[in-house]
Design a protein around this ligand. Structure first.
Ligand code: SF4
Ligand code: SF4
Length: 72
């Protein structure tokens, strides 16, 4: 699933545009992800210009800088 850092999000919409499942929406200035439908493709993480998204697996959070180390 995707972890959202609300305090970093600038509501630019970049992640919404790149999500192939169209499961990211903005509601009342809060990013909402329909997590059960997420396919863990990480496109939203790579597309976020401010690092407000991260991959969460087994209650551990993997930051974007871990990309390339086998987590994606
Ligand atoms: S990981 Fe992929 S499917 Fe899941 S919210 Fe991000 S872009 Fe959408
Ligand atoms: S791309 Fe990042 S900053 Fe933009 S809406 Fe998504 S989470 Fe927020």
């Amino acid at each position: 699933m995707i972890h959202i850092y609300d305090e970093l999000c600038s509501y630019c919409g970049a992640c919404i545009a790149v999500c192939p499942e169209n499961i990211i929406t903005l509601m009342d200035l809060h990013l909402v992800i329909d997590q059960p439908k997420c396919i863990d493709c990480a496109k939203c993480i790579k597309g976020c210009p401010v690092g407000a998204l991260a991959m969460e697996r087994n209650e551990k959070i993997y930051y974007p800088e871990y990309e390339g180390r086998g987590l994606f």
